[in-house]
Design a protein around this ligand. Sequence first.
Ligand code: GLU
Length: 447
Amino acid sequence: MSVAVRFAPSPTGLLHVGNVRLALVNWLFARKAGGNFLLRLDDTDEERSKPEYAEGIERDLTWLGLTWDRFARESDRYGRYDEVAAALKAAGRLYPCYETPEELNLKRASLVSQGRPPIYDRAALRLTDADRARLESEGRKPHWRFKLEHTPVEWTDLVRGPVHFEGSALSDPVLIREDGRPLYTLTSVVDDADLAITHVIRGEDHVANTAVQIQIFEAVGGVVPVFAHLPLLTDATGQGLSKRLGSLSVASLREEEGIEPMALASLLAKLGTSDAIEPRLTLDELVAEFDIAKVSRATPKFDPEELLRLNARILHLLPFERVAGELAALGLDDADAAFWEAVRPNLSRVAEARDWWAVTHAPVAPAADDPAFLAEAAALLPEEPWDLSTWGTWTGAVKAKTGRKGKDLFLPLRRALTGRDHGPELKNLLPLIGRTRAQKRLAGETA
Ligand code: GLU
């Protein structure tokens, strides 16, 4: 059977780096196996699901290059969930319960105070038809719980190895709410079974869900997939990431932090694995290197500084074609490969190219603090056309004429030509600045 995986976010917030890491790992797993990747929106929480979050998820995945082969939306499938729920009721695996949230809280608190695990006591299973009729006549509506088998549940997790739960140590999960709507624990299994998902790769916050969901797969006659539960990313201080945490959202990394998609992908594919984090320019390279067996059980930390350093290393390697769109979006429509290659070694973010564009294409107030020397140098400027050899020829002549060398030779020229002490190699910048501007800047004029 061909490999099929899914990324199943709830569109209730922005994707953060932790969510999108799971999308990436699923995608890499699928591509490596020649399988397919499903994007499924878990949007049955109608109060919190929003179309703009769904759009945001698609935008973020597309930006990263994580194309999906199939798409599903749980809110399109209510009829199917009703059908499965009816079958589970008929088989006696779903039973109606009438406790209010307050009553359940009291039960839990009382068990916890006795030092016992807060497992639902199945009181609803002891209700008679008359009890139920009375509760319903009082206006109570049932929610429905799945009756777990009190047997061991075991699976071999691709990250955690053998996992064992006792059915009797788990609470019968609520699968249908009082208003008749199905909950994630059920809908996810129905979808995974119907859409023939072979591998469920998700965060370790779902390990206990897996124990109950395996029994649900069996009850609905679905094939139980292989599971892999990855440790969740934390922030640099070890705190968990939350979906509403704006600064680590994919959208803010893209739009505010100027992070390149391959910088994020290069980091997230390797974080928490035995591989070193290195800049990669294509997802294909990450696919080639991917192996879920390399994922470690230790909690990986996400460090924005590390991401920014990787972003810089990626920019230093990216060819002009890969950033032309971003440069144009910054208003640098005329930027070309020569400009990009000149400035990229000095960038951590593409937007910083604007500063160097201003140096090569807009008036600069030069720091012309050694006028006599600069005048001698200006007189030696070669005629155009200029190319990458012009700087060497020119400074060779200036050195011969003035006897200056090293910093004494180069720093005054840099300060006059760019107005700054540091920057891209002048060999690359000089032809972009051009003879007219260079001459004026050497004369101390803003040009
Ligand atoms: N919608 C669930 C979540 O975002 C999906 C979990 C799963 O992969 O089954 O946590």
